[in-house]
Design a protein around this ligand. Sequence first.
Ligand SMILES: NC(=O)c1ccc[n+]([C@@H]2O[C@H](COP(=O)([O-])OP(=O)(O)OC[C@H]3O[C@@H](n4cnc5c(N)ncnc54)[C@H](OP(=O)(O)O)[C@@H]3O)[C@@H](O)[C@H]2O)c1
Length: 346
Amino acid sequence: MFKAAVWGSNGMAGGEALRILAGHPDIELVAAVSRSRATQPVWTIHPHLRSDYPETTFISPEEALSVETDIAFLALPHGASWATIREYRKRGVKVADLSADVRLRDMTACKEWYGKDHPAPELMEEAVYGLPELHREELKRAFLASGVGCNATCAILGLVPLARAGLIADARMELRVGSSEAGAAPSQGGHHPYRDRTLRVYEPFRHRHLAEVVQECGLDASVFTMTMTAAPLVRGVQMLAQVRLSRKVKEPELWKAYRAATAGQPFWSLSPARPAHLRLPDPRLVLGSNRALTGFVLHEDGERLLVVSAIDNLMKGAAGTAVQCANLMLGLDETTGLTMRPVYPA
Ligand SMILES: NC(=O)c1ccc[n+]([C@@H]2O[C@H](COP(=O)([O-])OP(=O)(O)OC[C@H]3O[C@@H](n4cnc5c(N)ncnc54)[C@H](OP(=O)(O)O)[C@@H]3O)[C@@H](O)[C@H]2O)c1
């Protein structure tokens, strides 16, 4: 058994990591880390995991660093991960980060999107972007897997096949997102009476996760816009991208590009608009699972394309992908502990 520490384990993404590890046959939880909840039983914050962790208590960061560990999951806020990554680096412990701390490779982009110089540039160079669908072989050799933005993941999986085929002239993305994206701490905008049944549009054109889309698609930022809508969901992200193609195409060419990208991907599949018994990606169809769905509809003019993708933000957009990366880094089958089916209806 490999031993795992989960930092930020009282939070939303950290709690999801605990849920996955409870059913993982080859990785066991040895440290559930929280500053504010140290000494409390894990189930006081995650009551759904009471029978999985009847005796486990949260421990402090100081205590956690003295626990023997093979892999550390860092579900910490942006800016809070890099120092802990350094600590584990010294101890030779692999890290699957979930934060935004080491997602970007380019220092200029980092300053542009996050507003300051990165405090640990050496980690940015060392990290592999933590999306196995794009970086599987590098992750097998990695010490550090970066986190992935949940909106970025949804967008990248929708658009990368087109980017690889040189087919994107521009892509206008609309992301509909659930409230768990914002983490466990209450906020004015996220408080249930204010958020439920609203469709609040925010961060028009340039959500931060666009930086990851630009990086992973290898295209200029001017090609994209990314606008968010807070939808009345708890979990789930859906991307709708109106893409103007760089040239006229016929549908079989698109199928070829998307089939090439999704071939051999255990968690990423196509969900086309046709035949009629299928349907375009809907977050409801992936809830609680590590699956990602991508679908598309070509306009009859052959130049305009609607791309739709969906994930569960806490799974494929955070903890699920982090465990998938950890599996690869530890030499395990990447699907280990992640084969749970979606809950439907939910
Ligand atoms: N929620 C999602 O859907 C999602 C998706 C993709 C990626 N992520 C990323 O995953 C990370 C965690 O997100 P989350 O939604 O799980 O957040 P969260 O619910 O707020 O949990 C984060 C936890 O980190 C701990 N923490 C440690 N150092 C901290 C510090 N310096 N300041 C504040 N809190 C600190 C806090 O617990 P203590 O104070 O007890 O230590 C807190 O409970 C973020 O970087 C986020 O961007 C989240």
